[in-house]
Ligand binder design. Sequence first.
Ligand SMILES: Cc1ncc(COP(=O)(O)O)c(C=O)c1O
Length: 447
Amino acid sequence: MSDHGLRTYDSILDLLPSAENPTPIVRLRHIGGFQHAQVYAKLEWYNPFGAIKDRVAANLVRDAEERGEKLENLVEPTSGNTGIGLAMVSNARRYGFSATLSKQIPLEKRTALRLLGTDLVELDDDLCPMPGQPEGAMARAAELGERPGWTELNQYANPANPQAHFLTTGPEVWHQTAGAVTHFVASLGTCGTITGAGRFLKLQNPEVQVIGVHPTDGHDIPGVRSRRALALTDFFMPDEYDDIIEIGDDEAYALCQRLHQEESIIAGPSCGLALAGALRAIPDEPGVVAVVIFPDNAWKYLSSFRRHLPDLFPPEEAAPAPSNPFAAHLENAFVLAEHGPDVIDVQEARRLLDAGVTIIDVRNPEEVARVAIPEAVKLPLPELSLGSTDGLPEDRTAPVVTMCAAGVRSLYALLLLKAQGYQNVKSVAGGMNAWVAAGLPTGQPVG
Ligand SMILES: Cc1ncc(COP(=O)(O)O)c(C=O)c1O
């Protein structure tokens, strides 16, 4: 028999948290310099598989089983942690598991998923899967979930996601603070945490302040979403939150580093994000008891730290030694282009299209066949890289716009076109995925 007191368990799944077996909350003693307010971090890497999403994975499966669904193989779009949780619950339950996810997810998480036996379907998608993207992780998982013997539980739309937090995270916070909690702060991804736990806490005491924290557009913090992406998220319920705060990557990563050094807490990047928001929102007053959710720890994010905390890496390890110097130059040019003035959003692309500018769609023909901008010139990247300029303006001073599925291949196309002498090239951030998500016109592709 499992016994939380002795911490002796019959099954790994019995370690999943509950009011009787909560993940710890730890008071922050230094950062923030609070004199009166008590600010606690809730350390979610004490979940059995290392992140807050273990709660969701377990509840998605429990709910489906209790509804009598016959589960054999699961497929899920994930930014990593739900996939890790579902992979391990599936292993314990002897289900098969496949995850659809963006190639931008840190290598550590993708490797971890493979270690757990997951069949990975890697796609050109946003860091966090976005709804409405025809070639994204969500659409792909929905498609794969239709096969016989497969089920997509879909954390983005399944009420068992916020319910996991209503049943566990919320009650734990309430009990751990003996009902004294005044502020609850969480970073925003699917919004399962804030919506589920927030609802529970407000039912106990409507005065509890529920505060959401999100990153800026184009951020590099796995697991969370910018305001633009949140607008398309089913469980984002802004009317139910008391405050929503935007934080930039630099601030989040700097705070993540300080948490290790000043509080001895092995926080991951989204903990830094949540805490940065909390520091803005929490008044330093007597009686204030704040709990900030720390979704997972740092160890899965070394490749993110390499980009945001480069001082941690000795110069010889700051970037792997290039085996092919040309590839390294291309990579540098890519990074420069990615953050340079030649990246435009879909609305600007639409304006240029209307003004008669050539849009070059560099996706492959199967992708184009699914959805495309009719007026765009179709020139797949492999052909462009072999030197083809079919359909492009002869005048190399004429403006041209490159477009792909998610904004990565179009940047390579931009570099290739510039190398061929095109002087005015722009690349569309988010590509067709963003175009479709913005409701811009598509039609039967031509040519
Ligand atoms: C590291 C990390 N932080 C924050 C979140 C956001 O939590 P939620 O999806 O409940 O909003 C997630 C969700 O995947 C996550 O993996």
